[in-house]
Ligand binder design. Structure first.
Ligand code: PAN
Ligand code: ZN
Length: 192
């Protein structure tokens, strides 16, 4: 494949809202996109029936999806819960397991859940000014544990691709639950 040359460009990222201009794509994921991923499926179906709200959106400046390019995008996750489980992204491995990623927290508070195919798991607290490093080969999901939107900037290799199916099949090992004492990370089996 011959890569289309990309000229240098500047993007403006609103450090509060996470809004990026000029973006070339905008992806919205609604509650229904989390089917099969949450502990409380009936609570999710109630939310879907009640208007299927947007849980998060991704604004991206597209570049050719090839080695050497860097994809820049921002994600904004709304505050909320499905049952007791905080709003979160679907999560994925990169199809190219050699591709890592960095997230820079802009606004709000959250956790990045990570796990690899050896069964290792990690969680990273993400807040304004925090840079979360996602090594190659680690699935990653972001959870908004705050009371307002969580926004962050992501930069990752052009050829990375997204493999949602593998982690959808195994599920993340942990869930992040809202309790009276604040957010708690629980093993998936105990979260039901
Ligand atoms: C991020 C994510 C974004 C949405 O840009 O794609 O936060 O999460 P899902 O892709 O899991 O729905 C990223 O990690 N890109 O590689
Ligand atoms: Zn990623």
């Amino acid at each position: 494949m011959i890569a289309i040359p990309v000229l240098p460009f500047i993007l403006t990222v609103d450090l509060e809202s996470g809004w990026m201009e000029p973006h070339t794509s905008r992806l919205e994921r609604r509650a229904s996109a989390l089917r099969g991923q949450v502990a409380d499926a009936p609570a999710l179906e109630r939310l879907v029936a009640d208007g299927d709200p947007v849980v998060y959106e991704v604004l991206q400046r597209d570049v050719p999806e090839v080695t050497g390019q860097l994809i820049c995008c921002t994600t904004v996750i709304q505050a909320g819960t499905v049952g007791a489980e905080y709003f979160m992204t679907k999560g994925h491995y990169h199809a190219d397991r050699t591709a890592g990623e960095v997230y820079l927290g802009l606004r709000g508070r959250g956790l990045v859940l990570l796990q690899n195919e050896d069964g290792d798991t990690e969680e990273l607290a993400l807040g304004r000014g925090g840079l979360a490093y996602v090594p190659p080969g680690w699935a990653h999901r972001t959870v908004n544990t705050g009371e307002g939107p969580l926004s962050f900037l992501a930069v990752y290799p052009g050829q990375a691709g997204h493999d949602y199916a593998t982690i959808e099949h195994t599920g993340f090992a942990h869930r992040v639950i809202s309790t009276s004492g604040g957010p708690v990370v629980r093993p998936k089996e105990a979260g039901r």
